[in-house]
Design a protein around this ligand. Structure first.
Ligand SMILES: [Zn+2]
Length: 411
């Protein structure tokens, strides 16, 4: 257990925050530094075909130690941390044998991690928790995933008695800014299927996520001196608010959960002459997702019928789709993960992701990729923590999946 912990503590010392504004891949130099460090470590533990490509993707192979025919399984985690919160000078602390009390993260600033606010803490009484010093995020998202994959590969490489097929691993940059799959070379990776180690609490297994699109609606008004505006002025802002009011009031993120979708107004910018609304559209079911987009177009047409042709226009762009469509034909890879968790005494919780993952993009790029827990909680902020025991279980689950992949039919 100390192995995965020490690795994790080492990894979080690298500042790998991504930044959507640089236009580079990787978006920040810290990720390239971390990629080089990881590639050296992978060589040192005996992996082959270790390479860092020009975009900072780290790939490596643990060769098969059997001649038995088998599919190739892959494991993927991301190197960057969220731009939402500082990931520089992370000072992790290990709380040994957690008692269930409040944890003082930072005495000077009086920052406490409290079970009254985060009741899930109580699930980990007696375990060892890695926490922050209250001034940064921790980076368990997703350095816990990387530490788990590397530790599992090391374990397999040191224990040749455990038979396994060829295993591919990849560490990607810029997942947090939605670009982790952009330059992922699926052909070069060469796996039949893969898992991202990027989920939350122990036991999580995910193979469903939102279908997602963005919509920008532009309203053109006509500005006239307000004193002479009678029957002449068209106020783009007021037309925009009437559009907002036509959408179902309760189909918003704050009113929906589980498998419910929504329209989410993310920004309004405008004046009398011109107003722009930015929306994101989300739904699990593809037909309901398409209906939501049609409804938007329908309301734009209604607006034009009322205020004159050319008043409103819409631009929509699909972002990603529910991976379920691509996973259903290969459900045995979900069952493989479920069985591995069972074998490791980890109760499996299948939950839909109310967002996207790199795995959803990869699944549509030809690499079916469900998502497995890392063990972490409260990602993207100062209250992030990860139980060491959960990380160790993730290592065991990876090892088990590698072992059991041998029993799957090839191809
Ligand atoms: Zn993540």
């Amino acid at each position: 257990m100390e192995k995965v912990l020490n690795r994790f503590l080492n990894y979080v010392s690298f500042d790998t925050q991504s930044d959507s504004k640089t236009g580079l891949t990787p978006s920040t130099p810290g990720q390239a530094t971390f990629a080089r460090k990881l590639s050296e470590e992978l060589k040192a533990i005996g992996l082959s075909e270790v390479e860092v490509d020009n975009n900072g993707y780290v790939m490596a192979t643990l060769p098969a130690n059997t001649t038995q025919e088998h599919p190739v399984v892959g494991f993927i985690a991301h190197m960057d941390t969220s731009p939402d919160f500082s990931g520089k000078n992370v000072h992790p602390r290990v709380v040994r044998s957690y008692t269930g009390e409040e944890i003082t993260l930072n005495e000077t600033e009086n920052i406490l991690l409290k079970p009254s606010e985060f009741p899930e803490l109580l699930n980990y009484k007696g375990q060892d928790l890695v926490v922050t010093d209250g001034t940064t995020l921790l980076g368990a998202d997703d350095k816990a995933g990387i530490a788990e994959i590397v530790t599992a590969m090391e374990h397999l490489s040191n224990n040749p008695k455990i038979k396994h097929g060829k295993i591919r691993i990849c560490f990607t940059p810029d997942e947090e800014i939605g670009q982790g799959a952009d330059c992922f070379d699926v052909a070069r990776f060469g796996a039949d299927f893969a898992y991202t180690m990027d989920g939350g609490e122990i036991g999580e297994l995910e193979f469903e996520n939102f279908n997602a699109a963005t919509a920008t609606i532009t309203f053109n008004g006509r500005n006239v001196h307000p004193g002479y505006a009678y029957r002449k002025m068209k106020n783009a802002m007021r037309i925009a608010t009437s559009f907002i009011a036509m959408l179902p009031r309760h189909e918003t993120p704050e009113h929906s959960k589980d498998y419910e979708g929504f329209y989410h107004l993310t920004a309004i910018n405008g004046d009398v002459e011109k107003t722009e609304l930015n929306y994101i559209i989300r739904d699990f079911k593809r037909d309901r997702f398409e209906d939501r987009k049609k409804e938007m177009v329908h309301l734009v047409n209604k607006t034009n019928a009322e205020f004159g042709e050319g008043t409103a226009s819409i631009e929509m762009k699909d972002q990603y789709y529910n991976m379920r469509e691509k996973i259903e034909p290969v459900m045995h890879i979900v069952e493989l993960a479920q069985k591995a968790m069972q074998a490791c005494d980890v109760p499996c919780k299948i939950v839909p992701i109310r967002g996207g993952t790199d795995g959803s993009r990869l699944s549509y790029m030809g690499l079916p990729t469900p998502n497995i827990f890392t063990g972490g909680h409260n990602f993207h902020g100062r209250f992030e923590f990860v139980p060491v025991q959960s990380m160790q279980k993730a290592v065991e689950v990876i090892v088990k999946i590698c072992e059991n992949t041998l029993n799957l039919p090839n191809g």
